[in-house]
Design a protein around this ligand. Sequence first.
Ligand code: 261
Length: 403
Amino acid sequence: MTRTLEWIETVTMAELERNPYPVYERLRAEAPVAYVPVLDAFVASTREACHAVATSDDFEAIITPAGGRTFGHPAIIGVNGAVHDDLRSMVEPALQPSEVDRWIDGLVRPIARRYVEAIEAGGSADIVAQYCEPVSVRALGDLLGLASVSSDKLREWFHKLSVSFTNAEVDTNGEFTNQERFAAGDAAKAEIRAIVDPLIDHWVSHPDDSAISHWLHDGMPEGQTRDREYIYPTLYVFLLGAMQEPGHAMASTIAGLFTQPDQLEAVIDEPSLLPRAISEGMRWTSPIWSATARIARRDTTVAGVEVREGAVVILSYGSANHDTGTYDAPTEFDVTRPPVPHLAFGAGNHACAGIYFANQVCRIGLEELFETIPNLERDTNSEVEFWGWGFRGPTALQVKWEV
Ligand code: 261
């Protein structure tokens, strides 16, 4: 099966990042697990293949090469066994639904109000930069203990980490082709260390209720803390994906609703429809489109394709969520489609730990936006441009309303 599809040899990262859907439509039809030379890796593109790889004991987690170059080791998305168990036990307590329910409204609603009030009188905005991203980063930033870091700085960090993490393109020698994208990530990490190291110094001797303080202390013997070098790769995971993706999900949901004016109106009239709309937004344009991977622990077969021991398979969940075997007209945003579960949060033992938190951030964010600005419209003078293969969402979304 290691035979390469001929047409896939000419696919470039620029093409995938601009619009991965045509390539992936062909991959789903021709090879649900296929070797992609520009990635020097296999990709799983169908719902069946992604689900099988994510849940099979024949595979274990591995971080993608560009991801490992960006985050280092041990990042929670790329480890297995006891280290993975420890890191999950470290991040999960604050993210349990019963825990999140205690404080999520008090955390997110005032943040959302503040950002919507800042744009309300203006009558127009780029809703990505001025609302979705700030609400997303401020909510998680305050939870982590980074209240002193500005929203703009948190946005800059996730953006730089993101271009580095997804810098997957390799030449025929297997060398990365774009060093500048790693340089951006390195610059972000240097700044993160300069700002977070002193906070960690403080939390080591003065524990508080922030999530990072809990990461340091929870489950450790009296007087001991987790080593910061052990925590940082997973903190980078959060400073990228957990910061960026609720913003992507909100923005994609708004963009999707703009394609269905009657559904937008229905959601604004009846906010209890928002969770359904957000779920459809994440299926339609999956924020974590193709960013995690597994390695085959032995020769095996996935969706009818033979996979050799040691093969790295990237999980293209954004493609799985457009599988015509499961979804009718998958390229259409449609809140009224049957609520078949999607794979935007992954599957198996590495499935997203923040599902509930992220969904609540998106719900409260969009509740406040639509309640305050119920006459929100797309500014049709500008096109909505989506970008990204690893992570995907609108780069900007110009909106307007009568004031
Ligand atoms: C919190 C989830 O973050 C990520 C998920 C997948 C790849 C990179 C991430 O930062």
